[in-house]
Design a protein around this ligand. Structure first.
Ligand code: DON
Length: 353
């Protein structure tokens, strides 16, 4: 028994040492910062393999259909990717299928607005209060003192787009796509069929923009802002690209694959706080309670969750719950976070029992 313990201890010391060596090399190459209590690659691979097997048969939820193109997506697609802040990629399933980023885009447009106008202006002009209402709620715009609510509900997201400075709507769209591409470390493109489908059916978002105008809480032409917002939601991403975007946040703004700084370091805590409070809409409170990680969902079926200093997980599976959050993605992330002790509010997240 004693020998076994010694062997186990020696193994742990060696693993920790290897992690340190790995981290040093990566630190020198990319300026990344890896938490000393991050799990090893082998641990992560085993857990995501388990999660994939455990949840692949889940049949709850259904594809979004208020955007007709989303109803056409194969609801069996299922991919999981973890990317660590030292650039390791661990994956399982359909990780190269491009789907629309939808509301996950809101995180990166917030980041871009903060780069351009500063976090103080972004907070003053948009706010960051949970609405407790569906993401497209008109009532929230009327009832909330800020009217915009927060950058992740549709009204606040359209206002966030309006806040990004650019000479024309086309220039703004180019700037947004370029920013998302830097966060993903690859050139991203628009999914034309999704854009056309959403643009033909987004009367609700146009109404939200008109209402924001009434309250003087939109900062560029309302219809142009809705159009750019619709384009940003229709950007195609794979689960792998999304995981890199999440890992860029986990790595405090530096893309861990390209080594490029994308987001100002000082803006990352505020972005993560916003994801914690509002990332899953009226499911955010339950998510914080049960999972304890900043996350963001999209009606395309993606969710990213960020573990600061350690990495990010992206899951893609189209069927959604009532709040518009992927059912399988929530289950996978909850399972992985629990198994690896990642809940930020738990002592386990800092290596304590
Ligand atoms: O504006 C919309 O309704 C969609 N483009 C985005 C909504 C969304 O992804 C909500 N997420 N869970």
């Amino acid at each position: 028994m004693k020998t076994m313990n010694m062997k186990t201890n020696a193994g742990l010391v060696l693993a920790a040492f290897l992690m340190c060596v790995g981290s040093r090399v990566s630190l020198a190459q990319t300026g990344t910062q890896r938490s000393p209590v991050a799990p090893t690659r082998e641990q992560v691979q085993a857990v995501i393999n388990d999660a994939y097997e455990k949840f692949k048969g889940t049949t709850e939820g259904k594809n979004a259909d208020y955007i007709p193109a989303l109803a056409q997506v194969d609801s069996k697609l299922f991919g999981i990717v973890v990317i660590t802040t030292d650039g390791q990629v661990v994956s399982k399933g359909d990780i190269d299928h491009a789907f629309s980023i939808q509301s996950i885009s809101k995180v990166f447009s917030l980041a871009l607005a903060m780069e351009d106008v500063g976090s103080g202006q972004a907070f003053a002009k948009i706010g960051s209060e949970p609405t407790g209402r569906p993401f497209n709620s008109v009532e929230a715009v009327v009832d909330m003192p800020s009217h915009t609510g927060n950058p992740f509900v549709n009204a606040g997201a359209i206002a966030t787009v309006s806040l990004i400075p650019a000479p024309t709507a086309d220039a703004k769209w180019g700037k947004i796509l370029n920013f998302y591409s830097k966060a993903a470390g690859e050139k991203l493109t628009l999914l034309e069929d999704v854009y056309k489908s959403e643009a033909a059916t987004n009367t609700g978002n146009r109404a939200l923009a008109a209402l924001l105008l009434k309250y003087e809480r939109i900062y560029a032409d309302p219809l142009e802002s809705v159009d750019v917002y619709t384009k940003q939601c229709s950007v195609g991403v794979t689960a792998k690209q999304l995981a890199v975007m999440g890992a860029t946040l986990a790595n405090f703004g530096v893309n861990p694959i390209t080594g490029e700084r994308v987001i100002k370091r000082e803006n990352v805590p505020e972005i993560l706080a916003t994801m914690t409070m509002e990332g899953l809409y009226d499911g955010s409170g339950g998510w914080a309670w049960h999972v304890g990680l900043p996350a963001k969902s999209g009606v395309g079926g993606g969710i990213i969750a960020v573990v600061p200093g350690k990495g990010a997980i992206a899951v893609f599976a189209p069927p959604l719950d009532e709040a518009g959050n992927s059912v399988k993605a929530q289950k996978v992330i909850a399972y992985v976070a629990d198994t690896l002790g990642l809940d930020l509010f738990s002592p386990r997240s800092v290596g304590l029992k």
